[in-house]
Design a protein around this ligand. Sequence first.
Ligand SMILES: Cc1ncc(COP(=O)(O)O)c(C=O)c1O
Length: 359
Amino acid sequence: MSRIFNFSAGPAMLPAEVLARAGDEMLDWRGSGMSVMEMSHRGKEFMGIAAEAEKDLRELLMIPAGYKVLFLQGGATLQFAQIPMNLLRGKGKADYVVTGEWSKKAVKEAKQYCDVAIAASAEDRNFTYAPKSFSVRKDTAYVHYCSNETIGGVEYHAIPQVEKNIPLVADASSHFLSRPVDVSKFGLIYAGAQKNAGPAGLTFVIVREDLTGQVAKGTPSVMDYKLQADADSMLNTPASYSMYVAGLVFKWLKQLGGLAAVEKLNIEKARLLYDFLDASEFFQNPVAKEDRSRMNIPFTLKDAKLDEAFLKGATERGMVQLKGHRSVGGMRASIYNAMPIEGVRTLVEYMREFEKKHG
Ligand SMILES: Cc1ncc(COP(=O)(O)O)c(C=O)c1O
């Protein structure tokens, strides 16, 4: 068996240990005689799997009482609509911070439901930094920001300050579980699983309970946070297999020592690549140093005509999915929790070699 280093932004690498365990349990989950895929979501086996996944996630993120943890479907994209439907609570106004492609999409969708104001924007510097001060309307229902922009590689390393009575909402899709986070500072945090926490098809929503239960008229039941919370995220059939694999990822993270330990590894991996980029005259990363993402690292070559040759050489060396997003070009290395440090070392060695040859 040979595993390549997959730098995809998502779906992305999963820990080999998790995949091996899922493989071992594929035909017969712990003596049940069936695969998790075949289990009724109402049966005691799956109910146990779901409860344990929630317990482990709560432990990893130290989620306070008073917050509901939901395992939903529809991706983070559905949350762009589901959030206003649930959190406007009759207010009709929401404020958004724009730091790149994903926050722009969130704004576009929210505009269908309410009056959106831009609380801060990084457009003035081509979305290469994370604005820290927001201009927020007193009567806004919430403030939304993307805490890690997957395409631009811009990450908030501290939680932005907003007035205490205004709920802060974060799209944490691409750095969820990469570091500890103080959940009590948020009204809601959401993330698709397929980058750092499991297979596609599953979306995590962590929401302060008092914000739920006042959905806009016409909201489908499956999109009502309170109804989902009351039904333990099983108002209908959940993404059961994805939940099971995410549960295995949570166990793996706990075994590594929890999120503080995982963060250390992520800092080390990101530093390897950024240190190289900063010393290089051939490769460049455009993001302000203090806002650089540890998870998604875009970079360009001095001469874009060499992009294809770079990608070809990378593939030959067992490194794939390094092509940057079509909206920005260049390269992007997504180095989520499951990317081993050897993957980053191999990439840096290759970049050094490439620069020597073409620089
Ligand atoms: C920050 C961010 N938000 C939202 C999304 C959309 O996620 P999904 O495809 O799960 O709807 C992505 C996906 O890449 C993302 O990176």
